[in-house]
Design a protein around this ligand. Structure first.
Ligand SMILES: [Zn+2]
Length: 417
């Protein structure tokens, strides 16, 4: 399991940044470089069916060990792309051995310092080996830690045929960071009863509830005319939109005033002209029905605002983005329970918190592949201060191996699948 670090250091040096503006799939050609190499590496491990499809999805199987063909196939998934928010080119990973609890200064930028006072999780890693980038790029532990962990676990299972397990399916995917990671994911071809993404934070964590999410576009139509001769005629859509935004609740229902299980509405882009101004909002809640309440509130507010400007009119479009994976996972509680058992067997205490966002697993769960998220050891992701502890990556490898065993045991005891 110790070669998880070697793999990780290798993968982070591939620039695999995705790009929201792109219309191709995957969004950037460079992701395919790593994806192709991963498919070749899986084949070199002995996974004969390792393949990459025309969209860039890499899939492979660690076959069941002798006598365990009847065990249902489970999957492990990680994404190769890194966030468009921060450069991922020329990543120079640094391994800080035996962390002493102090500050970690990154060499390429004097302002890039990981301080224990600002990053409380560092205190749990004294004595561990911490990997960072050099100060000018992200590290890419999100989600190359997950990729390295799954690859290492696959190698371990291949090398240990005495470990009882059913078929273990593996997938490496592009474009998660821009919300397109599951667009062409072939659930039927993957052929697993469930999957686990390895794309989470601190060791021991299992995440099984995410936001439910909609996007809403509120468009105000006004009337434009020469401003010198506009008296009694012009209706300025910019001012209507401004009034609408100003009328949003100030002390609640916003990203900056909510946490835990609270939802919000969030205007994030305004495209403004006198004739027509549109406000894009995201709407989030853990309860899908509560999304509709928030949308009615916004619709009401938009209509009442427009009514104050004679001649104006408002148009509203709502688009479903993703749903809380828990709505699916609650119907199959053993999927999360077995992950907790595997985490315990790896000597860790399982813990969970709601994801205030969505994962590929949120979408996959509704595409017929229930998929909670397991820890990969990622911290401060999408930032120059991103870091991961080697010991957490090793634990994640152990959890994957244990989880394959837990499923085999449950199956031989005839427990639900
Ligand atoms: Zn990720």
């Amino acid at each position: 399991m110790s070669d998880v670090l070697e793999r990780f250091l290798r993968y982070v040096q591939y620039d695999t940044q995705s790009n929201e503006q792109s219309r191709t799939y995957p969004s950037t050609e460079k992701q395919l470089v790593l994806l192709r190499d991963l498919a070749a590496e899986l084949r070199a491990l002995g996974l004969a069916d390792a393949s990459i499809d025309e969209h860039g999805y890499v899939m492979a199987t660690v076959p069941a060990t002798a006598g365990h063909d009847h065990v249902p196939a489970i999957g492990f998934i990680a994404h190769v792309d890194t966030s468009p928010e921060m450069s991922g080119a020329g990543v120079k990973p640094i391994v800080h051995r035996n962390y002493d609890g102090g500050a970690l200064a990154l060499p390429d930028d004097p302002n890039a310092v990981l301080r224990a006072g600002e990053i409380p999780e560092l205190a749990d890693h004294v004595g561990h080996d911490i990997v960072t980038a050099s100060g000018t790029t992200l590290l890419g532990a999100d989600d190359k830690a997950g990729v390295a962990e799954i690859m290492t676990a696959a190698a371990y299972l291949v090398a240990h045929p005495e470990i009882p397990h059913g078929p273990v399916r593996i997938a490496f995917t592009p474009d998660e960071e821009i919300g397109r990671g599951t667009k062409y994911f072939d659930v039927a071809a993957f052929g697993a009863v469930c999957a686990y993404t390895l794309d989470g934070g601190p060791r021991g964590e299992i995440e099984f509830e995410s936001f439910s999410a909609d996007a809403m576009t509120v468009t105000f139509h006004g009337f434009n005319t020469h401003p010198g001769y506009a008296k009694g005629r012009m209706v300025n859509a910019i001012k209507i939109a401004g009034a609408f935004i100003a009328a949003l609740p100030a002390d609640s229902l916003s990203p900056e005033t909510t946490g835990g299980y609270e939802g919000f509405v969030h205007p994030y882009v305004v495209t403004a002209a006198v004739d027509k101004t549109s406000v894009k909002l995201i709407v989030r809640d853990f309860i899908t029905a509560a999304l509709q309440e928030k949308e009615s509130l916004l619709t009401d507010l938009a209509e009442r605002t427009a009514a104050r400007f004679p001649g104006a009119r408002v148009e509203i479009a709502i688009e479903e983005q993703y749903r809380n994976m828990r709505e699916i996972l609650d119907g199959h509680p053993h999927i999360v329970e077995r992950a907790r058992e595997a985490i315990r067997r790896a000597g860790l205490e399982p813990h969970s918190k709601p994801i205030r966002g969505g994962t590929d697993g949120s979408r996959l769960s509704f595409m017929g592949l229930p998929t909670p998220n397991l820890f990969a050891g990622e911290h401060s992701f999408h930032s120059r201060l991103e870091w991961v502890a080697v010991q957490d990556m090793e634990k994640a490898v152990e959890v994957i191996v244990q989880l394959a065993e837990v499923w085999a045991e449950a199956s031989s005891q005839g427990r639900p699948e």
